[in-house]
Design a protein around this ligand. Structure first.
Ligand SMILES: N[C@@H](CCC(=O)N[C@@H](CS)C(=O)NCC(=O)O)C(=O)O
Length: 219
């Protein structure tokens, strides 16, 4: 019997980390349930801790053969999905290219703290850019260089960072949203890439849900 997946997420308007495995799961095409926890509430940490001792979302619950497993951390979830669904080709086939792709994903996962801090994800909103610190500007420049290089080298066949849609696109999807929200200037090739990401049904659906949260006063 197929595994039952439940993705435990934070408020979609804000939860940049949750967006990554969401777009990965949608790319895999397996059905999944959602359990959305309201962030920035008194109850948030208690609710998250009920589901994972790590105290952070996202979490993927996998129920299979009478057993239930949880996977926490956005990159660990993307890795797990890539391994369980090789047909989705969430990592490039070629091992040297895959090593590059892993480097891009890891660079995002462990870095760009000023971008995260100053340009926090607010998916359905358009906001004025704050006065950017030098570190933030340098990190934006690095992201734009990395994207342009990947698109130039690997993007031709498919238009995503490594051509075919991959974990790297999942890891950077929240940055695509941040750049749009705050009107960050990007070169034309990156603009086209951002439009391609926004056109994904997964991003469209996430956007509708985020807008509904904003309209309901939940975010
Ligand atoms: N490294 C983690 C970071 C996850 C993280 O920081 N999640 C935030 C929400 S986006 C969280 O769970 N916050 C819990 C809280 O605010 O109590 C990952 O990539 O999954």
């Amino acid at each position: 019997m197929a595994a039952r997946y439940t993705l435990i997420l934070g408020t979609k308007e804000w939860s940049s980390w949750s967006l990554r495995p969401y777009v990965a799961l949608r790319a895999v095409g397996a059905p999944f349930a959602e359990d959305v926890i309201a962030l920035r509430r008194h109850s948030t940490s208690e609710e998250v801790l009920k589901r994972t001792p790590a105290g952070r979302v996202p979490v993927l619950k996998i129920e299979e053969n009478g057993k239930s497993t949880i996977v926490w951390d956005s990159l660990a979830i993307c890795e797990t999905l890539a391994e369980r669904h090789p047909e989705a080709r969430l990592w490039p086939d070629d091992s040297a290219v895959r090593a590059q792709a892993r480097s891009y994903a890891a660079e995002m996962h462990s870095g760009f703290s000023d971008v995260r801090d100053q340009l926090s994800m607010d998916f359905a909103r358009t906001l004025p850019s704050p006065e950017l610190r030098d570190n933030t500007k340098a990190q934006i420049a690095r992201i734009l260089t990395a994207w342009s290089e990947a698109l130039g080298k690997y993007g031709k066949d498919g238009g995503f960072l490594f051509g075919h849609f991959s974990v790297v696109d999942c890891m950077y999807a929240p940055v695509v949203s941040r750049f749009k929200t705050y009107g960050i200037e990007v070169p034309p090739s990156v603009k086209t890439y951002m439009e391609r990401i926004f056109a994904l049904p997964a991003m469209q659906d996430w956007g509708k849900a985020a807008k509904a949260e904003v309209e309901a006063g939940l975010a």
